[in-house]
Design a protein around this ligand. Structure first.
Ligand SMILES: Nc1ncnc2c1ncn2[C@@H]1O[C@H](COP(=O)(O)OP(=O)(O)OP(=O)(O)O)[C@@H](O)[C@H]1O
Ligand code: SF4
Ligand SMILES: [Mg+2]
Length: 350
């Protein structure tokens, strides 16, 4: 890992916590649960990676937590910012928190930036709303922020429109806008997926540096476990709307206990090993309205037994490193068995 877990930081009061958080969608007279019973917390300066296949509920969790998912989506449970439940706040109060204490960066900057507003003005709006800055003070701060996110010739860029910048530059502008709110925590949902590998690495480095310099917490959502492994101190693995494994990145990646996590890790390319044909985990995630009874992963799990099809396994702590797993057979693996399972599951010699 790029930097060690600071236990004093990890032990402090969470900046943001989801408690027993459930998201459901209203369809006619019914409500369909799409995310269930999440308990997640992020400490000051901590980097939490959320990983899982497409449709697992990574995005809707955070959109719903910030009341940005539309009026068909309802939530229950608590969203605690520095201990205060923001689900109880008025829309006006919550609007000040979004883009303020909680910054957000989404995958596609072109849909988040206003194409007919100059960059400087868009950063300036956030500076005005969250820091009360205007005029030359706002312009100077906007220039400093653009410089901070690594955009050269920041003064000239302030007067340009999004279409005059590259995709990577616009993504940096999005990060500058988020930083203008002086967030305590940044939720970055696939912030680099659309970018080429070099720009991706630069932006991830930037987010890591900012976290280190300011103490900002980071929730990094990604389907790419390699990115999460490089960036995060702690990892939460989601499957079909639930947390199935969570723990310190070092422990979880070295000794994954859930068969789904093991499959994700086994599907990672090994750059130093012999060339292999990679096979992702067989099958697909069940849709929220077609979940099987019992463990949602059972239809794809080589370990599934009768008990797995009867009840949903609870997230259970499996080590004193706060490593937790939701699997009835989480104790069935040693390091050797894990390696063997990974080889059998996902690697077929080319
Ligand atoms: N506004 C919404 N209304 C109804 N259902 C939704 C809504 N947003 C998401 N869903 C459903 O919730 C589930 C989780 O979607 P979500 O977008 O959170 O997945 P994800 O893990 O972010 O996937 P991806 O990696 O593709 O971004 C999916 O089944 C999706 O169809
Ligand atoms: S509970 Fe059973 S089906 Fe679910 S992941 Fe564990 S072994 Fe597989
Ligand atoms: Mg998503």
């Amino acid at each position: 890992m790029p930097y060690p877990l600071d236990r004093s930081v990890a032990a402090s009061v969470p900046v943001l916590a989801l408690e027993n958080f459930t998201v459901s969608v209203r369809t006619g007279a019914h409500a369909l649960a799409i995310v269930q019973d999440l308990d997640i917390s992020i400490a000051r300066g901590e980097t939490l990676g959320i990983v899982g296949e497409s449709g697992c509920g990574k995005s809707i969790t955070w959109l719903a937590a910030l009341r940005l998912a539309g009026d068909k989506v309802a939530t229950s449970g608590r969203v605690l910012l520095h201990g205060q439940d923001i689900t109880q706040l008025s829309e006006r109060s919550l609007a000040r928190i979004r883009g303020g204490k909680i910054g957000m960066v989404f995958q596609d900057p072109t849909s988040s930036l206003d194409p007919v507003q100059r960059i400087g003005r868009q950063i300036g709006e956030s500076l005005k709303l969250h820091q009360g800055l205007s005029g030359s003070a706002a312009r100077a701060e906007a220039e400093r922020l653009l410089d901070r996110v690594g955009i050269a010739d920041a003064q000239a860029r302030l007067d340009q429109y999004p279409h005059e910048l590259s995709g990577g530059m616009n993504q940096r502008v999005m990060i500058a806008i988020a930083l203008a709110g002086q967030p305590d925590i940044l939720v970055a949902d696939e912030p680099t997926t659309a970018l080429d590998a070099t720009v991706q690495a630069q932006i991830l480095d930037l987010l890591r540096d900012i976290g280190r310099d300011t103490g900002m917490g980071l929730v990094l959502i990604s389907h790419d476990l390699g990115v999460i492994a490089d960036m995060c101190e702690r990892v939460a693995v989601m499957y079909a709307g639930r947390l199935v494994e969570t723990g310190p990145a070092t422990a979880l990646l070295a000794m994954p206990r859930h068969p789904y996590t093991r499959g994700l890790i086994a599907a990672l390319p090994d750059l130093e090993g012999p060339r292999m044909r990679l096979t992702p985990i067989q099958g697909t995630v069940s849709a929220p309205d077609a979940l099987p009874p019992g463990c949602a992963f059972a239809p794809r799990c080589l370990m599934a037994g009768a008990a797995c099809r009867r009840a949903i396994p609870a997230l259970t702590q499996v080590s004193d490193l706060a490593h937790s797993v939701a699997c009835f057979r989480n104790d069935a693996f040693t390091a050797t068995a894990v390696a063997e399972q990974a080889r059998q599951l996902s690697r077929i010699p080319a």
